[in-house]
Design a binder for this molecule. Structure first.
Ligand SMILES: Cc1cc2nc3c(=O)[nH]c(=O)nc-3n(C[C@H](O)[C@H](O)[C@H](O)COP(=O)(O)OP(=O)(O)OC[C@H]3O[C@@H](n4cnc5c(N)ncnc54)[C@H](O)[C@@H]3O)c2cc1C
Length: 313
């Protein structure tokens, strides 16, 4: 049977995937997009998105992602509600890349990987109960909602230190819960935390529960893991800053990843180490992690794919 070789396959349906689809479709690459298990991506798990340009009154995450999908489909992007389970990438310029969705084989001249990253949580039932009601994994996204209020940040690494210092500018008081007796953050970040008067660091403390009313956070419940003493602190927001996991398991051994599993792209482009394979969004960005930056790099990936195909001719 003759192989149907597509010009462009996009893996992932977050802001980067759908933006790549809009640009690829308008460049006549007839993209086919695989949504994975979370159609619409991370933003479908949040309520208000207040910082995406073009929505003066804000918009909910699910609505915004439906708008992006509709825009991609307006230009005939074919959307498959399937998960890519395996990849076999070519190392040749002009080679054909192979993807699998279960038993289904997909052949493509270019692949845009936009599988995002997943914020890590502690695994407490209360985190789910109060998601959208005070529990967040992104200070840049949600810090504004806690202006003048008290919040907790959980974590000891650079992300936690950055989130705490960012929130300290907006919030009345930030309490940081650090499991051990030391930070894992860089010296520079520790210095910034220590020199911010409205951050209180509680070493040897772990978050063990959340109390509230009407699904809104009112108290963080913590334990001192040295003395086993339990206590609470009155807060309206709890930021879990214990890291992210890039969704790259299916690409291990196929494309170059950094030590944390993020796809490595060439500086200033979305090119990976393989010709015709591009990466966009949070899967290759552990710094900015915003919808707008993901969308921006999705646009870049489609343009890089289009240029690559044009150069093959
Ligand atoms: C609770 C929350 C609130 C946030 N609020 C904001 C905000 O207010 N403003 C803001 O700018 N940012 C916000 N962010 C961050 C923002 O959501 C991300 O930066 C953005 O979604 C990243 O987009 P992405 O396209 O890289 O990937 P994601 O949105 O992570 O999407 C990844 C996609 O890849 C798919 N996928 C994964 N593996 C596979 C596979 N094997 N096969 C096929 N598909 C696959 C998934 O199903 C998903 O569709 C928030 C994040 C969270 C978690």
């Amino acid at each position: 049977m003759e192989q149907n070789i597509l010009d462009c396959v996009i893996v992932g349906s977050g802001p980067s995937g759908f933006t790549a689809a809009i640009y690829a479709a308008r460049a006549d690459l007839k993209p086919e997009l695989y949504t994975g298990l979370e159609p619409g991506g991370q933003l479908t798990t949040t309520t208000e998105v207040d910082n995406f340009p073009g929505y003066p009154a804000g918009i909910t995450g699910p609505e915004m992602m439906m708008d992006l999908q509709k825009q991609a489909e307006r230009f005939d992007t074919k959307v498959h509600y399937e998960l890519i389970t395996k990849a076999e990438f070519s190392h040749e310029i002009g080679g054909v890349h192979k993807l699998y969705a279960g038993n289904k084989e997909i052949f493509a001249k270019t692949v845009i990987i936009s599988t995002g990253a997943t914020a890590k949580y502690l695994g407490l039932d209360d985190e789910k109960k109060y998601a959208g009601g005070g529990v967040s994994a992104c200070a840049t996204c949600d810090g504004f909602f806690y202006k003048g209020k008290d919040v907790v940040v959980v974590g000891a690494g650079d992300t936690a230190a950055e989130e705490a210092t960012y929130l300290a500018k907006l919030c009345r008081k930030v309490t940081m819960l650090v499991r051990k007796d030391v930070f894992r953050a860089s010296k520079a970040m520790i210095h910034r935390v220590e020199n911010t008067p409205n951050i209180e660091v509680k070493f040897h403390h772990e978050l063990i529960g959340i109390e509230g009313a009407n699904n809104l956070v009112e108290k963080a419940v913590m334990i001192n893991n040295q003395t086993q003493e339990k206590s609470t602190v009155d807060v309206e927001g709890i930021f879990i800053a214990i890291g992210h996991k890039p969704n790259t398991d299916v690409f291990v051994g196929q494309v170059d990843l950094d030590e944390n599993g993020y796809i490595i792209t060439e500086k200033g482009s979305t090119k990976t180490n393989l010709p015709g394979v591009f990466a966009a969004g949070d899967v290759q960005d552990h710094i900015y992690r915003q919808a707008i930056t993901a969308a921006g790099s999705g646009c870049m990936a489609a343009m890089d794919a289009e240029k690559y195909l044009a150069e093959l001719e």
